[in-house]
Ligand binder design. Sequence first.
Ligand code: TRP
Length: 328
Amino acid sequence: MKKRILSGMRPTGKLHLGHLVGALDNWVGLQKEYDCFFMVADWHALMSEYENTAALQESAIDNVIDWLAAGIDPEQSTLFIQSQVPGHLELYMIFSCLTPLGWLERCPTYKEQLREIKTRNLNTYGFLGYPVLQAADILIYKADKVPVGEDQLPHLELTREISRRFNTLYKKETFPEPEALLTRMPRLLGLDSRKMSKSYNNTINLSDSQEVIRQKIASMITDPQRIKLSDPGHPEICNVFSYYSFFLPELTGEVSDWCTNAKIGCTECKKRMAEGLIKKLAPFHDRRREFVKDEKKVVKILEQGKEKALSVASKTLKEVKEIMDLPV
Ligand code: TRP
């Protein structure tokens, strides 16, 4: 029996290169070894985007198209939309009853987001419970591993605490204690060398056309100390060089030579990187176009994923209700 994985992404907009190298490539690589469940976390998105819900559905399908184009294989993995499996909410409600308020109020991601995010009102009952729903997502499938970035570790810790609390309260080893599978990738920075994020408007989206990719890369900031063409550059501090390391690692030796010995200028270096990146992304873009043309196929994949997720989820819920002496 393969061990099980569950992971999810909130459908809050278009996916970008940061998602590809930070999460999707990793997901793709896990499919052989694990029984993978990959979920569009639209209820989690709702918890912060409840004032502006117009784009959620469209983003959900668009994100799944990116997953498929990246190589997530519906024959091997289960792809589904969280809100199509209502059992998540039932387990979330049950977990809410036994989760102490202090665990949630102390959660570092909660405190940080309340402090940092000023564009939305997150001072709500629902947002406090965000990690409880995440625990339900993971535990309803009894997942062994959860591939996530470092920012999600507090939620994984809470998931384990909720699992232990349930098992102790009802005196039965019902839920596992899932572990994080950390993606230890260095972060891909945005066009302006800050973190790549939609809110900074510095992303290269997976759906961007070749022309847009060329324009965006031309606008990238390079080594600020290299002003004239004849100035030797510093690849180790240049964001364009880090893109070479991510996407064209076979060229880094050569690029380093161009740069430190001032053999070609930054404009030319970026042009070559753009062309190399476009070539590398070509198979992704080809598959993406196919799925965009055939959205029915994507809907069908999600339909099948839903059925599979529903059957596992309902089995867990039945077990939970029996253990708790609730009507099944
Ligand atoms: N909170 C996660 C994020 O923002 C998304 C998510 C929701 C998730 N449910 C999950 C991730 C379950 C892993 C497992 O990235």
